[in-house]
Structures are given as structure tokens and as C-alpha cells.
Design a protein around this ligand. Sequence first.
Ligand SMILES: Cc1cc2nc3c(=O)[nH]c(=O)nc-3n(C[C@H](O)[C@H](O)[C@H](O)COP(=O)(O)OP(=O)(O)OC[C@H]3O[C@@H](n4cnc5c(N)ncnc54)[C@H](O)[C@@H]3O)c2cc1C
Length: 385
Amino acid sequence: MAETCDVIVVGAGYIGCAVGCHLAMAGLRTALIERGEIAAGASRANYGNVQAQDAELAYSLPLTLAGLARFPELQAQLGAPIGYRRLGSLLLIETEAQWRTMQARVPVLRAAGIAAEIVPADHLGEIEPLLDRRVVLGACYHPHEGQINPFGLLWAYVQRGRAHGLRVHTQTPVLGLRVEHGRVTGVQTARGVWSAGAVVLTTGAWTNLLGQQIGRTWPIQHVRGQALVTEASALRLNNHIASAAFFEDIENSAGEAVLAISQTAHGHFLLGEAARPDPALGHDAPPADLRAIARVATRFFPALRPLCALRTWAAPVASTPDGLPCLGPVADLPGLFIATAFKSTVIVTPIVGELMTDLILGRPTAIDVSAFRPDRKVNHHAHPA
Ligand SMILES: Cc1cc2nc3c(=O)[nH]c(=O)nc-3n(C[C@H](O)[C@H](O)[C@H](O)COP(=O)(O)OP(=O)(O)OC[C@H]3O[C@@H](n4cnc5c(N)ncnc54)[C@H](O)[C@@H]3O)c2cc1C
């Protein structure tokens, strides 16, 4: 089987599904090609939090803000349930250094229009009653965030795209990029060569595997994100919660997991994620890591101790050393675009679909994305803000 179309999007996670949908809505003949099923990569592993809390401050706030603004109307626009609900978030502070880091972020976030404040431990009881306030100094509180149902959102994009002619091909690994006369003209799949005017890589942690075949390496690394889900409970979290330690050098931190805890709309607690470098790109969640996750979560939330874990999982999550995504055309290789390694992917998903459509159609983008060009020079020791 071979196909010719205007655009091929490789990888059907959040970003690929949104990009494919927006391209199809713009009238472009678009194929979305995925080697597994929809959400075979990191997008099957996440909590669905629409989070501004960890935004990179130097260049990414316009992207984060524009994404956040799309969510209240997104369900109506996509015409399918995405389970959106408003939530706040807390970044828990345990050390003076973390307090200073959080304190430095607050005015920058506020100036950009993202509500944030430092709340001392004594006042956290009203905001998050389940938290053991004795183990924290305080928290950075972001009251206006949210949560969606991950599979609901992905499926809504796929269905909406299909209604506009998007062709979705699952179980179709892309084996390589086709380059002719210095431009990318399609992809080689297990089912033959597919031609297109443009190819978009939304392949997350696997992007460099395709790049390396044409002599390109982009500043994309990955960690193994891990999680477990508990039985449903009548206990309630008011916010999604992470540790301010996420802003420290987690990769070099020894031993303990770094807290990230959320609750689904149905009452299941999601506990994760020990984000460790993992060259293997694997889906294994070692039992020792999962025990560490449970230990850390119950240190902050002792009331969860009696709950049983139902299921565990892991997935490779793409990131970059400078905390900026790769979003835009590939220099000197016309026809090739990349959109991956967003610091928080869910919040930017709706706006990235729009931006990539503008880039491919050669239209000016509503947000300046030049800082995100995939071929930028990156200091590999940089620590993201
Ligand atoms: C436990 C956990 C919790 C998280 N919680 C949140 C959260 O609450 N909010 C948030 O914003 N983020 C969260 N994340 C991170 C988030 O899940 C990822 O950033 C996001 O899913 C990345 O989406 P993506 O579309 O860029 O990439 P992926 O979802 O990884 O999609 C890439 C796709 O490309 C496909 N692919 C790769 N190579 C090929 C090929 N050669 N041919 C065809 N297809 C290919 C893969 O199979 C995959 O489906 C969490 C992550 C974890 C692990």
C-alpha cells in the first residue's frame, strides 16, 4: 500500500493527534502514521493535568498561556467529551533553596497572567486537607489549572480529524525518512513508501532514532516516567501536586522518588513519577522504583497508606536540556518539521496543532516560535528553569 498526501504526521500521541486534526481541518490531505495504537508512547502514561506550574519562563509563557486559554471551549470545539475540569496545583517546598526557587518564579508567572502564590505550611490545611503539613515548609499554589481525561482528548482529536478527512494508520512503523534532492518527500514504512509535501515528526522520545538515519541529531533526551494507580477512594485531593524538587537536578539525585500525585475524576490516586534517565526507551517499571514512589507519596499523604495499588506502568518522556520544546521546521531540510519535547505537553496540545498548521502553510504564527527551532545550539549541561 502506498499513499500520496499533503502532509504525513508520524506518531499519534497528544501532539500528533492534535497536529493531524488541525491540518485536516485546514483542508490539507493528511495521514497520521503510528507504529502502535493511538497513544502507544508517553501519552498513554500520563495524568491529564493541564499544568502551567512548571512552565519554562524565558520563552515558553506565551505558548503555555495560549494553551491554557483553549481548554474551557475545547470540548465544544472538538464535539466529544474530554472530561475537562478545573483544578489547582501545588508544588511542595521542603527546603530553603526550593523556597527561593519558587519565590523567584512567582512574579514572572504573575506578570505573564498565570496566578501563583507562595503559601506557608500553616495555611495549606484549607487548600489541601490530606497533606501532612509537618513535612513541608509551604507550597507554590497555582489555583487556575485543570485536568482532562487523556484518552478522551486524544480520541476527540482523532474523531474530529477523521470527520475532516484525516487518514489514521496504526500498526504502521515508519522505518525512515525519504530525502530527495535535499528535501524530505515522504517516509518509508513497513507497507511501502508514502509521499508528501511535508512530514511532521511528533515521535516524542523516539525522534532521534529517525533523525540519525539521515545524519541529524536534535537536542532531545528522555527520562523514564513511572506511575501507579490506586483503587478508588472517598478521600479527595483538591489539587494536583508535585514536589518543588522537580526544579532541581533530579537526574543526579540519589535514590528517592520525586513526588507527583493526582487524582482522577473517579477517585483513583495516581502516584508517580521517578523520572530517571533510561537509555533503553523501555516500558518497564522496576518494583524498587514503585516502592519508592509509594513511600514518598504516603510520607506527604499518610491517609493513602491503606489503599491498594491496582496497576503500574512506565513510559519514556522526551525533554530537552534547555527546557524548550523542539517546534518548527528543520534547518536546511525543506519539508521536515518537528513538534516534541514540551515541558508540559497537555497544556500546549491545542495551540501546537494550530501553530504547526500555520508553519506548514507558510502563514505567520500567532506566537513567536523561533526560540524552539529544532536545530538550535543547546548546552547539554543546561538545567531548565
Ligand atoms: C506518569 C506520567 C505522568 C504524566 N503526567 C502528565 C500530566 O499530567 N500532564 C502533562 O502535560 N504531561 C504529563 N506527562 C508527560 C506526557 O505524558 C508526555 O509529555 C506526552 O505524552 C508526550 O506526548 P507526545 O505526543 O509528544 O509524545 P508520545 O505520546 O510519546 O507520542 C509519540 C508517538 O510516536 C510513535 N512513534 C515513535 N516512533 C515512531 C515510528 N518510527 N513510526 C511510527 N510511530 C512512531 C510512538 O509509538 C508514540 O505513540 C506524564 C508522563 C508520565 C510518564
